[in-house]
Structure formats: C-alpha cells, structure tokens
Write a protein that binds this ligand. Structure first.
Ligand code: ADP
Length: 437
C-alpha cells in the first residue's frame, strides 16, 4: 500500500518537475523566465485546488467509483478512499444482515419481549408481545408500558428494580392466559421485559395444590376416628399394651398435626389477600410468652422486649400462627437452660418481630432451603422434637401475604434469630386507649 503511494508520489513529483523544466525552457526562449515559472506555479496550485473540489464533490455525492484514474497522488488517494468506502459499505451490509437475523429470531421467540426505556417507554417489541400483551405496532412504540398493560401489580413491580419475577399475571388479551414477567437490565438506560405464557405450569401447580388439599382433607376424618378411639382406651384397661398405645397416640397426634399444617398451607396458598385489621401487638406478645412458657415448662428463660408501641395491619389469626411457629421452634431447638428472647422493635421505620434463641443453630448451607416444605436440618432430631417440617413454610406464606420478609441469622452452637420484617405501610400508630383488643 505504502509502496504504491510512494510510486504515485514520485510520478507526481516528476510531472511537476517536468512542468517546471518545460516552463524554464520556454522562459529562456521567450526571455521571460520569471513569468513562465510563475505561470507553472499557478497551474500546479490551480490543478491542486480543482482536484480538491472534485474530491469534495465525490465524497459528498453517492458515487462509489473513483472519478480520477491517473498514476499520481490524486489517483492513489481516490483509489484508497474508494476501497475504504467499499469495505465500509460491505461491513454495514453484514451488520444489517445480522440485525435482520436477530430481529427475525427475536420476533419468532414464543415469549413476549419488550425493550423499555428507563421511564417505562416502549422502544421495541416482538410479535409475541402483540399476542400476549396486546401491544400493536407501530402505534404503541413510544407509549408507556404501564398505560398500555393496565395492571396495578405490573405498575408497582416496574417501579421496583424488578429483581424478583412477577408471577401469575392475567394476560391483557385473554384472562385465561397467565403470564410470568421478568425484567432484565439491558443496555444503559434500557430494560428488557420478558413475558412468558405460564398457563400450563399454573394449571399443574393448581392440580398439585388441589391434590395436597384433597388428600389432607380425606385423611382428616379417618385420623379423627383413630385418634378418638385411642383416647377412649383408658391406661388401666390394657396395662400390658400401654407402651404401644402411648406410641400410637403420639404418632396419630403427629399425623393429625401434619394434616392440619398441610391444610393451613393449602388455605394460605389459595388466598390472594387476608383480612386487614389492627393486630394488637401488646396482646400478641403476652399470648406468645404464655405459649412459650407452657411448652418450655420452666426449662428455658423466656423474655419479651417491646421497644415500639406500633401495631401491625394484617390478620391476627395468621400472624399469631406464624409468630407462634417461630417461638415453638425456638423452644424445641434450644436445650434446657437456654434463653429465648421475643422482641418487637422498629428497625428504621420498619416494624420487626424477632425470636432469638441460644439453641443449636443452623449451618449456612441449610438456610436457603430451610423454608421448604418438610425440609429439616436433621431429620431424626426434628422428628423427635415433634415438628412436622411445615412450620417455616407456613411462616413464609403468612409473611408473603403481608408483603413482609423473613430473615434468619444463625450460628451453629450459638443460636438463631428469626426476624419478620414488615413494610412501613403495615405500621399502625398506637390505638387510642380502650381500642386495644
Ligand atoms: P419442624 O416442624 O421440623 O420444626 P420447621 O419448618 O418449623 O419444621 O423448621 C424446619 C427445620 O429448621 C427444623 O427441622 C429445624 O431443623 C430447623 N429449625 C427451625 N427453627 C430452628 C431454631 N430456632 N433453631 C435451630 N434449628 C431450627
């Protein structure tokens, strides 16, 4: 490349040199050297300017072929620029083909895909977004997503960072279609919203829930009968069978508790919302203390600390069941002589119910799965303690229905703290005297 340019450069220099030699000869012949040399300089300058003008017009125009075809520097410059232009155009074509292929793929995706600007304006969407979200092209491009897909849950979710997926949203085009929404940070100032048709999965989930609820319900009556008859047999009626009967009573009580807990979970899962009432925390803490003392039977020191007088908006019955599960666990998983602390406090403006114990603690590896149904750290020890393996699942569900979260801090051999953190909007200022239940 440089070699070709050097050659062109030499040719041009030779041409200018020849021009000046000719001008010099003519100048000598006409006895006007100064004039002819001046004329030659003006010619060189004018030629350069004319070429510049030609170059500008060529660059500004659409032609891709070099207009000059000589061996000098101008020809070389034109050829270089023309080559660059051609490769640039080829690159653009390749990119365009790639972009078209990407768009065709994105358009063919079964999931609705929408590119959103930071303020929620729609920048682009695929064909599935028309079918699942009811967006129409080009009318809805530039529109605000929340205004087009009118759902308070979606609007509230878009205001968050969207790190948690939004499940079970009815499609705006058809209520029977249930959508799962994901929000993915995309380019700077843009987010990718992916909506997937989860109707089949939701149906399966419903079948699973119905199955568990029905089985639990069907087991309830026979268990009540077994339990009832076992209770009817007095210990002195069959003294030789008493150890067996005691075991039978214990196991049937455990099965009844499992069935009751499964029914509670099914009921909680079927609920979208709970009663919104003032949950009087003073009375709640007193009840929990009584229950803990009754279960511990003096084996632990149970203390209650209340450093805030706010109440909570929610369901007294369900929150009592959740808090009571945490207190019961603390008693069950703390050896005799341990301490159990029940706290009601405000962290910032967020009300927090916490139960701390000095018990066996939970290793970090178990924490991510600890709220799953029937998940236990040590199966035998948990069974011996009389648990069903469903307590923390119930706690998680109740808290979800209150838009609250469960946090667990635990150290093996030191103890655990289970905290239920409520949103500010759930905090109720103390009731006027006489209002408290
Ligand atoms: P369970 O009925 O077995 O207690 P949960 O769902 O209430 O079921 O708890 C799940 C598991 O978490 C328990 O089996 C136990 O291993 C562990 N766990 C719960 N609470 C505590 C606690 N306070 N200290 C130590 N381990 C706990």
């Amino acid at each position: 490349m440089t070699g070709a340019f050097d050659r062109a450069w030499q040719i041009s220099l030779w041409r200018i040199a020849c021009l000046f030699v000719v001008a010099l000869v003519i100048g000598i012949l006409l006895d006007a050297i100064g004039l002819t040399l001046f004329a030659a300089s003006v010619a060189v300058l004018a030629y350069g300017l004319w070429r510049m003008r030609q170059l500008y017009r060529w660059l500004a125009g659409r032609s891709r072929r070099a207009p000059v075809d000589d061996d000098g520097i101008w020809g070389a410059t034109y050829r270089l620029l023309a080559r660059r232009q051609r490769s640039e155009i080829a690159r653009k074509r390749r990119l365009l083909r790639l972009l078209r292929a990407f768009r065709t793929t994105a358009a063919a995706l079964p999931d609705a895909t929408v590119v959103l600007a930071d303020d929620g304006a729609i920048l682009w969407f695929n064909t599935a977004a028309t079918r699942l979200l009811g967006l129409s092209y080009p009318h809805d491009v530039g529109g605000h997503f929340s205004n087009l897909v009118r759902s308070p849950r979606v609007t509230a979710w878009l205001d968050t960072d969207g790190s948690e997926n939004l499940l079970d949203i009815p499609a705006p085009t058809d209520d029977a279609i249930r959508l799962g929404l994901r929000l993915i940070p995309y380019a700077e100032g843009q987010r990718l919203l992916v909506a997937r048709d989860m109707s089949k999965l939701m149906q399966l989930e419903q079948v699973r829930r119905d199955f568990v609820a029905n089985v639990s319900h069907e087991l309830r009556t026979p268990l009540t009968v077994v339990h009832g008859y076992l209770d009817l047999i007095e210990p002195d009626q069959l003294p030789e069978l008493e150890p067996i009967l005691a075991e039978l009573r214990g196991q049937s009580r455990r099965m009844t508790q499992i069935v009751e807990d499964l029914l509670t979970l099914s009921r909680l899962e079927a609920q979208d919302s709970l009663p919104q009432e003032r949950v009087a925390m003073g009375a709640m803490l007193r009840t929990l203390k009584r229950e803990a003392d009754a279960l511990s039977q003096g084996r632990h020191t149970v203390t209650v600390e209340s450093s805030t007088d706010v109440d909570v908006l929610g369901s007294t019955k369900e929150l009592h069941s959740a808090f009571s599960n945490l207190v019961t666990n603390a008693v069950r998983y703390t050896p005799a002589g341990g301490q159990i602390r029940i706290q009601w406090l405000a962290r910032g403006h967020e009300p927090v119910f916490a139960v701390s114990d000095t018990g066996q603690g939970i290793a970090p590896a178990h924490l991510p799965r600890i709220t799953e149904r029937f998940y236990r750290v040590s199966t035998s020890r948990s069974r011996d303690s009389g648990g069903t393996g469903l307590g923390l699942s119930i706690v998680k569900h109740v808290l979800q229905l209150h838009q609250a979260r469960l946090t667990i801090d635990s150290e093996v051999g030191v103890g655990s703290t289970f905290s239920c953190v409520f949103g500010v909007e759930r905090a109720l200022e103390p009731a006027a005297i006489g209002d408290e239940a």
